[in-house]
Design a protein around this ligand. Structure first.
Ligand code: 9D3
Length: 245
């Protein structure tokens, strides 16, 4: 899978791509990432990428010419490309989109904005999709691009290695996580639940499912509405509600 990024702050990406799962995915040849400095596609001596808004108002607007040029130069190799524009007006990113993008055949091009806005001709002519990562104000599209790439790479076969099982993933899908513990079994009088030390795998599995249901019911009851609960889940939930009374 190939990712292209257009930004005025290429340095933001270098650190993140040099660590952890993304670094591993790059080294394995699973993905290639190229970061393009928008200023390289300007033609004036000040390498200007922004200008005042027509009609007035606060802030600056990203000029269309450097962005059109950058996109044109990336697409010049003829590779089929899906251009994702990061904007607060975009559709909200979620896990299912990450799954779909991880299966995307086209190369992904992330267009990161800064300043108050991007000239709307860019959205009109170049964007295949407009994506936001949530309803809070950030300073630009770089963090959203990183968030989206990170979440996609996790779904690429081979990116996570043996430590992670698809079985676990399907088990927890749609629920919040159960509580985790590691050694020591007792820390300053605080004990790890006995069942986890019991070696009884069936009991451990039931406990984890129950605690995942409990946490979800307590903190994100909306998530329970969106998944289909098994008969076992319904029993566990009634036990939880019984315990809470
Ligand atoms: C306070 C400025 N806002 C006036 C109503 C508009 C605005 C312009 C530019 C708000 C944020 C930004 C920069 N943000 C992004 O480019 C961005 C973003 C975000 O801020 N939140 C969540 N997802 C995204 S994707 C791109």
């Amino acid at each position: 899978m190939q990712y292209e990024i257009i930004t005025i702050f290429p340095g933001i990406f270098e650190a993140y791509f040099s660590e952890g799962i993304i670094r591993k995915a790059i080294r394995q040849g699973l993905i290639t990432i190229r970061v393009h400095d928008l200023r390289d596609f300007t033609s004036d001596k000040h390498r200007t990428v922004d200008d005042y808004p027509y009609g007035g108002g606060p802030g600056m607007v990203m000029k269309p010419e450097p962005i059109f040029r950058a996109v044109k130069s990336i697409k010049a190799d003829g590779v089929d490309t899906c251009t994702i524009m990061l904007t607060p007006q975009g559709i909200r990113f979620h896990q299912e989109m990450a799954v779909n993008l991880s299966k995307e055949k086209r190369r992904l091009l992330f267009l990161c904005g800064r300043y108050e806005a991007i000239d709307d001709r860019v959205r009109n002519m170049l964007a295949d999709m407009e994506v936001s990562i949530g309803d809070y104000v950030l300073s630009g599209g770089e963090l959203p691009a990183l968030v989206i790439i990170d979440s996609i790479v996790r779904f690429l076969p081979g990116a996570l290695g043996d430590a992670h099982s698809v079985e676990e993933e399907s088990f927890s899908w749609g629920l919040l996580d159960y509580p985790h513990y590691t050694r020591p079994p007792e820390y300053e009088g605080l004990r790890v639940p006995d069942v986890l030390i019991s070696g009884n795998h069936k009991a451990i599995s039931r406990w984890r499912r129950k605690e995942a249901l409990r946490t979800t019911w307590q903190k994100r009851p909306d998530l329970l509405q969106r998944i289909s609960l098994s008969d076992e889940d319904k029993i566990l939930l009634s036990e939880i509600k019984e315990e809470t009374r």
